[in-house]
Design a protein around this ligand. Structure first.
Ligand code: ADP
Ligand code: ZN
Ligand code: ZN
Length: 825
């Protein structure tokens, strides 16, 4: 392709060259551009190019060289922005697969895949780098104009930049060099403010950076033993941490600033103020200082064997069996062979706890990548992965898009977790499934790990599509905690509406034993709905068909779907009465009741309301780890992957709410969630216990939960899935239509269904409004298709869906209907 074109310069100048360019927009198809002669030398797949579409400028990615299009003359590419490709061919192939499989545009995948710094869309903003020394002498005229404007105004939109250099068409090129020359950074929107992080680092003076010179210095040390001590502490830190900050050194050594100053005055050490790398420095050694149990060793061997015949292996290891330890061994091996490992976790499981645990072994070899990181941290990791410097990435689902050069292993921990599926916006991909595809492109292996595997993955393992390895014993041969079901009909939840007598006694006992308790309630707020005691009116959100949740601490009503807040209602709008009652309870209420019931215990609540800040979550976890908190009350957040020593008891106060909602995965979710919460109890001793309160004692999931019988549950569930033709036996595609007018949304759905009926009628459901049929003032209608698992049929169906959507969107009345397919919802 490109290589072929430039091997023969003469031919090159004669031939026209055309390229497909991915633009970060939701376009129905890819467009072709012509590469003008003077740019042909430089053109390569994966480089960004500047193009104009509908009179707007974009930085797109050259994704393929193509034949001359027939019937029209494409526009020319304006510039080639990069000297080196910013993405690899393998990534482009990955994007294309995601777009095709999950039915979205390649541009939408690109949007999700690359850091904003590489995007440079019309919305981008340049921000002056305060650390720049202000020396602009090496800049070209145009660069200088922009740099000066930036220096004065501190930030400029791309539009403003365009005005400054309006006679030129090379805005992106200039911006890129300005970024490279560290004059500015690029931000996609103004919301993210740039904060350079500077720190004081302690460095050895060049004279002593040679081992021999340093040794001589130490050997001949005579006076000032305190300074020698400090110096030794410094050397130790340097060897273990890679680089040393002044703060860390003083803390570790207990030395005074004056002693450090003395060493700098002797020209042994020096202090440098510089912007701290967001990535931790790399220590010299990898430190794997534990041995696996027999069961773990066997599992590891079985994984090796599995990988001989399969690319994907499912590790079904009960909670607390030590899956992480096995991952660490596998990562260590990858590291030795120089290959990269991607270790994926659901976003909220990416806590400091797991990071610390891995850093203990791999130190700075590990980079962490998730959505709380700002753009500059992301860019650093992006570049480190691309250069191959970073060998281990611990990340949430978006880390799949990093430019791995030599990926050897992908670990998908907690593979059953539904947050691996992206909901909004497109691409609505499932990170586990996408990981399997990515690994196939890279020739890498995939290890799926879970204590409660997804029905799909366990089915694949049973079908011998994946290797299956089981680790059925907890580390230290501990038993899984017994689960006691408390019938709320027999033991009512008391006056407070939350704690039954047995639950109260159980918690009391645990606290008396000086042990910790987790109380799980999968609903935040104080009360998920309030209703008028006279007429039964229930206040709803103005924008959504959702009942409002009362938040006591904030003293307001909130919609959990659109985020709108309302003042607390005193008077019923329907009947004018002033009596409202609160129905059901959320975490806030549980916390309040617990505080009254156990006044001496220290409590904390962990949910999206209580852990807003970047570090709140981690802080709470640490306090709980250090037993500065006795009872932790929370939503799913308290569940995911956490490992606490002191927790003897887990209480689930309202299991009914998990067992009844309309979704074919309801049983699976309920089993996984309750089994995972239970798994937090008794991880270091035999005294763990779990209490579950509920009304519906006959629900079929409960018998399996009671005995931790995953396989029994699986057998039950797979049978149901088969019976009702649900995944893994079918493939589901949901098409959602949204519009401000209910009628239009329904009409559009009708037309869509009629169009699809001809070929897919038997797999199609009638359009229906979901339980919550209006969110943010948009009415929602859904059409579900359940297809047999035949690749050709599925492909044809996807094609026809896209055609029907295109037809609708060409129709005047339905142009504004927002339609999106969701594959494998
Ligand atoms: P899982 O992820 O399977 O629930 P973890 O990996 O969190 O289990 O392990 C449970 C606990 O047992 C952790 O505290 C872990 O440190 C400890 N553990 C597991 N395997 C070992 C081992 N081989 N040596 C020392 N501690 C271990
Ligand atoms: Zn009323
Ligand atoms: Zn709302």
């Amino acid at each position: 392709m490109k290589e072929a074109a430039i091997t023969d310069d003469v031919q090159l100048l004669k031939t026209d060259l055309y390229a497909e360019v991915i633009i970060p927009l939701a376009l129905p198809k890819t467009f072709t551009w012509k590469i003008p002669y003077h740019l042909q030398q430089k053109a390569a797949i994966g480089k960004r190019v500047e193009v104009v579409l509908r009179s707007k400028k974009y930085a797109g990615i050259l994704s393929a060289f193509v034949a001359a299009p027939e019937g029209f003359q494409p526009k020319e590419i304006h510039h080639i922005i990069d000297d080196d490709p910013v993405v690899f061919k393998q990534q482009i192939a990955f994007w294309k697969w995601i777009a095709a499989y999950y039915m979205c545009s390649e541009g939408e995948v690109m949007q999700a895949a690359i850091p904003s710094y590489l995007k440079l869309s019309g919305e981008s903003v340049l921000i002056y780098n305060d650390e720049h020394d202000g020396d602009f002498s090496h800049l070209t005229d145009n660069e200088y104009l922009i740099a000066e404007a930036l220096f004065i105004k501190k930030q400029l939109s791309l539009k403003e930049v365009q005005q400054i250099v309006f006679e030129l068409n090379s805005v992106y090129r200039i911006v890129k060099t300005l970024v490279e020359k560290k004059v500015c950074t690029v931000w996609e929107s103004l919301q993210e403010k740039y904060k350079p992080r500077t720190e004081s680092f302690v460095v050895l003076q060049p004279d002593y950076q040679q081992e021999a010179a340093l040794e001589a210095l130490l050997n001949n040390w005579t006076k000032a033993p305190k300074q020698l001590e400090l110096l030794l502490a410094y050397i130790h830190l340097l060897r273990t941490e890679g680089e040393v900050t002044q703060a860390a050194l003083l803390k570790k050594s207990g030395a005074s600033a004056a002693q450090l100053k003395a060493l700098t005055e002797k020209n042994i050490l020096t202090i440098q103020k510089r912007s701290a790398s967001r990535l931790p420095a790399r220590p010299a050694l990898v430190n794997i200082d534990f041995s696996l149990s027999d069961a773990q060793n066997k599992a590891l061997e079985a994984i090796d064997e599995g990988f001989q015949y399969h690319n994907v292996c499912l590790l079904y290891g009960v909670t607390g069996s030590g899956k992480t330890q096995i991952y660490i061994r596998l990562i260590e091996r990858m590291l030795k062979s120089g290959k990269q490992t991607l270790y994926m976790l659901p976003e909220i499981a990416l806590t400091a706890q797991i990071i610390r645990r891995l850093q203990k072994h791999f130190g700075g070899h590990i980079a962490v990548y998730h959505s709380k990181f700002n753009a500059s941290e992301r860019v650093e990791i992006w570049n480190g992965v691309k250069s191959g410097d970073i060998k281990i990435v611990l990340g949430a689902r978006s880390s799949l898009f990093l430019p791995f050069t030599d990926l050897g292993l992908v670990i998908v921990d907690e593979e059953h977790d539904n947050s691996y599926k992206q909901q909004e916006p497109a691409p609505r991909y499932h990170a586990r499934d996408a990981a399997i595809y990515l690994a196939s492109l890279a020739n890498a292996k995939v290890l799926l790990g879970s204590g409660t595997p997804s029905v799909e993955s366990f089915f694949n393992a049973r079908q011998n599509k994946f290797a299956l390895v089981e680790l059925s014993e907890r580390y230290g041969s501990l038993q899984l905690p017994p689960i006691e079901l408390i019938d709320l009909k027999k033991y009512p939840a008391g006056k407070n509406g939350i704690l039954s007598q047995p639950m109260f006694e159980g918690i009391k006992q645990t606290l008396n034993d000086k042990k910790q308790v987790i109380v799980f309630q999968n609903r935040r707020g104080y009360s998920p709905y309030i209703s008028c005691n006279v007429c039964g009116h229930i206040p709803q959100c103005k924008n959504c068909s959702v009942t409002l949740t009362y938040h006591k601490s904030a003293n307001r009503l909130s919609c959990h779907y659109c985020g709108a807040h309302y003042p607390v209602i005193e008077t019923c709008v329907a009947c004018g009465s002033r009596q409202f009652i609160q129905k059901k309870s959320g975490t806030e209420k549980v916390e309040e009741v617990m505080a009254v019931a156990f006044p001496a215990a220290k409590m904390a609540r962990m949910d999206y309301d209580s852990v807003k800040g970047k570090h709140d979550h981690d802080k709470l976890i640490q306090l709980f780890e250090q037993h500065k908190i006795d009872v932790l009350i929370g939503t799913q957040m308290v569940v995911k992957g956490l490992d606490f020593e002191g927790v003897d008891m887990v209480g689930i106060v309202d299991a009914d709410s998990m067992l009844y909602f309309a979704d074919f995965r309801v049983n699976e979710r309920a089993f996984q969630l309750m089994e995972q919460v239970s798994g937090r109890a008794g991880r270091k001793n035999e005294n763990g216990k779990v209490m579950v309160q509920l009304v519906q004692m006959t629900h079929p999931v409960l018998q399996y939960l009671k005995t931790h019988d995953y396989k029994g549950f699986y057998a039950y569930e797979i049978d149901k899935r088969n019976q009702f033709f649900y995944p893994p036996f079918s493939r589901v595609i949901d098409i959602t239509l949204k519009h401000r007018e209910e009628r239009i949304a329904h009409e559009a759905a009708q037309i869509l269904t009629i169009g699809l009926k001809k070929n897919f009628g038997q797999y199609l459901s009638e359009p229906a409004a979901p339980h919550i049929n209006r969110i943010r003032n948009q009415y929602i209608v859904q059409v579900r298709i359940k297809l047999p698992r035949k690749a050709a049929l599925i492909q044809q169906c996807k094609r026809e869906i896209l055609q029907q959507i295109a037809i609708l969107q060409n129709h005047k009345s339905y142009r504004s209907v927002h339609i999106f397919p969701d594959v494998d919802p």
